[in-house]
Design a protein around this ligand. Structure first.
Ligand SMILES: [Zn+2]
Length: 267
């Protein structure tokens, strides 16, 4: 059984409608596939939350109409694009589910933690997803240079904001080049570095939402505190400087990544 098949029948599985034979194969897949497992867990949480909220409500007759009206506001084309776009399916589905939860939550005036978490996810998941996609796409750089100041000069007039020169005080980190990219449908600067045989991507962008509200984990390294998120197995530390976010992704283990970013200077 492959991921696509699993996603298609996830609802039936969660509603305990699968026959014994497909059920065994289904659970075998869930055991070995972390992404489908995450998806199943999230879908289950959505179902539970909605069921609980609907039960708590004293079922006014107008509720059904209000919910369907709210869902009309959710862009159907966008849902399909998100759900079936290559490589984005999990995050896309979560973002869509979060939007639906948000619509229902706002109707019911619900203040439960799941709904709040989902609304946070709706704000930040597209951003985090774009950052990781930028690292994974391996698109060629538009300017090749080892000199950060040269890359920064090259961005002048291309972004609509000023990116400053990020440098690592570590000799094994070498800038490879840069290109214009996108985060959350806005222009972003993408810088690619080599660290030995590994690669690091730095994305600088002007955030639409206050990233300090995003939460995430913090770790103190030397004199600096590094805030980071984990997205699809990547550690994504984010530094803010003069209103611009500098987000790092890399094929490095978490500790190496955090230490590198703690050594970064942005000026
Ligand atoms: Zn899978």
């Amino acid at each position: 059984m492959n991921c696509q098949l699993v996603r298609r029948h996830l609802d039936a599985y969660l509603d305990e409608e699968l026959d014994a034979t497909p059920l065994v194969e289904f659970e075998r897949h869930l055991n070995k596939c972390a992404e489908c497992r995450d998806q199943a867990r999230f879908s289950q949480a959505v179902k539970t939350t909605i069921a609980r909220d609907l039960k708590n409500e004293q079922a006014p007759r107008s509720l059904e109409i209000r919910i369907s009206r709210a869902l009309d506001g959710v862009d159907g084309a966008k849902i399909i694009a998100f759900a079936w776009g290559s490589g984005r399916s999990t995050v896309g589905l979560i973002a869509v589910a979060a939007t639906v939860l948000l619509a229902i939550g706002s109707i019911l005036n619900s203040d439960n933690a799941d709904t709040k978490q989902a609304s946070l996810a709706a704000n930040y998941l597209p951003v985090l997803s774009d950052i990781v996609n930028n690292h994974e796409d391996q698109l060629p750089t538009e300017i090749q240079t080892e000199v950060p100041a040269q890359a920064v000069n090259w961005f002048r007039g291309k972004l609509g904001f000023r990116v400053e020169s990020p440098e690592f005080n570590q000799p094994q980190v070498r800038l490879v080049g840069a290109r214009v990219s996108y985060v959350d449908n806005s222009r972003a600067a993408k810088l690619v570095y080599n660290v030995g045989d590994s690669r690091i991507t730095l994305i600088a962008f002007r955030p639409k939402n206050d990233l300090t509200q995003m939460g995430g984990r913090r770790e103190r390294i030397g004199k600096r505190e590094v805030t980071y998120q984990t997205v699809r197995g990547y550690t994504v530390p984010i530094i803010q400087h003069n209103g611009i976010a500098y987000a790092f992704t890399g094929d490095l283990d978490q500790q190496t990544m955090l230490h590198l970013v703690a050594s970064a200077q942005i000026r």
